[in-house]
Design a protein around this ligand. Structure first.
Ligand code: SF4
Ligand code: SF4
Length: 230
């Protein structure tokens, strides 16, 4: 009998603890900041690092804390991101929370409602760039062995394979640039690293100068990159 009472007591204690924990988690749940969530929804989401932050989430947090400029997202400049961020930052937190909740906590819907109610003309966001597969990246990297100028161009690119340039990765883009089929300006994340200027220097080198760079560095990208850092 004592055993039955003990089991019963333990079961009631367990149910009670479960109910208390469920209540406490609902009551004290940390709600995500709708301002940061909406800012993140306005960003391209390609995590290229061109803003100087380690990804879009970190940049969104910095914007919400007024620690980053509204036009700091380089790929976002062409899709009206600075204007969208201004609308979000000019709206008070209560209104943002209400919009977010009304939209079923869907940040994209909340952002759409906010922008349409603000009367601000904002450019439509371009489709997200297609990230290349690892297979594509590796296949183009392999082709660099046949094109020494492209190997040198590749070394000075960000090598993040974000796809913003429209090529399936940095090696594919380097090959097009070296073959004069593509403009270095299209590497948006590379602008902060002076990629267009470095590419201009590389393209002005003679084939024997390119060959010498490859020989001096044993074709190592990190070593080639150092030669163009100043
Ligand atoms: S530059 Fe824009 S897209 Fe790139 S990581 Fe920063 S916020 Fe994201
Ligand atoms: S070359 Fe293309 S894939 Fe590579 S970092 Fe630049 S934009 Fe992104």
């Amino acid at each position: 009998m004592t055993v039955v009472y003990s089991v019963l007591f333990m079961a009631i204690l367990g149910i009670g603890a479960g109910v208390f924990l469920a209540f406490a988690s609902a009551k004290f749940a940390v709600k995500s900041d709708p301002r940061i969530t909406l800012i993140e929804a306005a960003l391209p989401g390609v995590n290229c690092g061109a803003c100087g932050f380690p990804g879009c989430s970190a940049f969104a947090k910095a914007i919400a804390e007024a620690k980053a400029p509204l036009d700091g997202c380089i790929p976002g400049k062409r899709s009206g991101v600075p204007e969208k961020l201004k609308v979000i930052m000019d709206t008070d937190a209560e209104r943002l929370t209400a919009l977010y909740e009304e939209s079923g906590e869907d940040p994209e819907k909340a952002l759409e409602k906010l922008l349409s109610s603000s009367g601000t003309e904002v450019k439509a966001a371009p489709p997200k760039p297609k990230r290349p597969t690892q297979e594509e990246i590796d296949s183009y990297k392999g082709k660099l062995k046949e094109n020494s100028r492209a190997a040198v161009v590749f070394a000075i690119l960000p090598n993040i394979n974000c796809g913003i340039c429209g090529s399936p990765g940095c090696a594919a883009f380097a090959i097009k640039v070296a073959n004069k089929e593509e403009n270095a300006d299209k590497c948006v994340p590379g602008k902060r690293q002076n990629v267009p200027e470095k590419v201009a220097k590389i393209m002005a080198l003679s084939q024997s100068e390119i060959q010498k760079i490859i020989e001096d560095t044993s074709g190592e990208s990190a070593e080639i990159k150092k030669k163009f850092e100043s």
